[in-house]
Design a protein around this ligand. Structure first.
Ligand code: ADP
Ligand code: ASP
Ligand code: MG
Length: 442
């Protein structure tokens, strides 16, 4: 059971989590928790310990409201004080050692999850649930790519099992912070923003759980981002493939890496609303049933850069694509969508920080055109390819918007394209209306 930041935003939210966990006690839960909402942002922005006063106040307030006097005093005087001392030292060394910025930043930011998990374990105990905080850094073992570390699966599985099985066998509910891990040498790392979902999936896979539950502030995966389409509705069931595409192309409700461990171990993932725990939410599983509407949901992401490389040398030549992708490889830049023609390759990037160096190298291969400020829209549904007319419906709905980089995934369950960022709200709204308005009911 993974609870996101808004699910532990304040004392009332903590209490709610305790209730939800108590209801699942018979199923032997493992609890994963994010930092209290906003805390990760505050830690990332902190320049000195004084700027974290509000973070400490919020944890203190929850402790005083939900724990008895001695438990609260213990948390405030030990956990919070200790965190403040360590954070103070870390923030000072960040200034002194710019070369170690990323490593130290991960250590700073890890306190969000360390504190929330310690506090949640105390709240659970206060409510009569036998619980124990387990340091996630002794379970999630990663490489040293600070700020977006990749788990070492074998070590993570072995460590998670040896840390958690004895706790579970003694009838105690383990409570772990999400998002954080450590290298084999014990240096703190993090899995990337939103990474607590991934922690839940990793722990779930390591322990062969029967279900991974992601508890958040909306009822499951919705037909579109509710911040753009307020009338978006819960999708009751998604296949693993559909969920992966949606997460990858911007549905923030699931971290993009979450589905992989679930697929590999055939573990269903349920996305539920901690504010409305009785609503069923979305169940993600191996089924590949075709929705009657074919389109299940629309995801989008902004801040995308597209790059087009045109070269006559591509014609009938081999080795060209390899040379091209090696450029991105050398600059450790992830390529998202790719389309090719006889003489050109177009692709999209999320992270354009290495772009100047990349373009310089690509220019040796051909003419390069870069477009910033693009958005990607991804229409997802099993059986999309087998249903005629989807592309025509998409394009006629947004016929006045210039569409580039059109791609139908090999998985045949996504239809993806890029447009200008400024028009993304309009495009998603219109597509949602076309595919989901009940009056159409196709
Ligand atoms: P948590 O802190 O629980 O991890 P997140 O903020 O990371 O929560 O993810 C939940 C948010 O994802 C929702 O509040 C919603 O605004 C956003 N979101 C974007 N696209 C979707 C979608 N298709 N379905 C549901 N939520 C979405
Ligand atoms: N607290 C981390 C973040 O805000 C991880 C998470 O919430 O999943 O990115
Ligand atoms: Mg999240």
């Amino acid at each position: 059971m993974k609870f996101g930041g808004t699910s532990v935003a304040d004392a009332a939210a903590f209490e709610n989590v305790a209730r939800i966990v108590a209801n699942e006690r018979a199923a032997v839960p493992i609890v994963i928790v994010s930092a209290m909402s906003g805390v990760t942002d505050s830690l990332l922005a902190a320049t000195d310990i004084a700027s974290l006063e509000n973070v400490f106040d919020r944890h203190r307030a929850v402790a005083h409201e939900l724990l008895d006097t001695s438990r609260a005093a213990d948390f405030v005087e030990n956990e919070l004080r200790n965190a403040a001392i360590q954070l103070d030292a870390l923030l000072q060394s960040i200034i002194q050692k710019p070369a170690e910025h990323k490593l130290l930043q991960d250590a700073v930011v890890s306190f969000g999850e360390i504190l929330s998990s310690t506090l949640l374990a105390e709240v659970l105990k206060q409510k009569g649930i036998q619980a124990r905080q387990i340091d996630a850094r002794s379970c999630i073992i990663t490489d040293d790519e600070f700020a977006s570390a990749a788990p070492l699966m074998e070590e993570t599985f072995a460590q998670s099992q040896s840390e958690l099985i004895p706790v579970l066998e003694s009838g105690v509910t383990p409570v772990l912070g999400g998002f954080i891990g450590s290298t084999k040498q014990g240096v703190t790392t993090t899995l990337g923003r939103g990474g607590s979902d991934y922690t839940a999936a990793l722990i779930g896979a390591a322990l062969s759980v029967s279900e991974i539950q992601i508890w958040t502030d909306v009822t499951g995966v919705l037909t579109a981002d509710p911040r753009i389409v307020p009338e978006a509705q819960t999708v009751e069931r998604l296949s693993f493939g559909e969920a992966a595409e949606l997460a990858y192309f911007g549905a923030k409700v699931l971290h993009p890496k979450t589905i992989q461990p679930a697929i590999e171990n055939s573990i269903p993932v349920r996305i539920c609303n901690s504010r409305a725990p009785h609503e069923l939410g979305t169940l993600v599983g191996p089924e590949t049933e075709t929705s009657p509407r074919t389109v299940k949901a629309i995801a989008h992401k902004t801040g995308v850069t597209t790059v087009q490389i045109t070269s006559a040398r591509m014609l009938g030549a081999y080795g060209f694509l390899r040379a091209l992708f090696e450029v991105f490889d050398r600059h450790r830049t992830v390529v998202d969508v790719v389309t090719t023609s006889e003489v050109s390759v177009s692709l999209s990037l999320d992270d354009a920080s290495a772009l100047p160096a990349i373009v310089a190298e690509l220019e040796e291969l051909g003419t390069v055109r870069v477009e910033k400020g693009r958005a990607i829209i991804c229409v997802v549904g099993e059986g999309l390819r087998g249903t005629p007319g989807i592309a025509a419906r998409v394009f006629s709905t947004i016929s006045d918007i210039n569409v580039t980089l059109i791609s139908q995934g090999a998985s045949s369950i996504n239809f993806t394209f890029a447009i200008e960022e400024e028009r993304v709200k309009e495009a998603v709204t219109r597509l949602h209306e076309e595919f989901f308005a009940t009056k159409k009911g196709t």
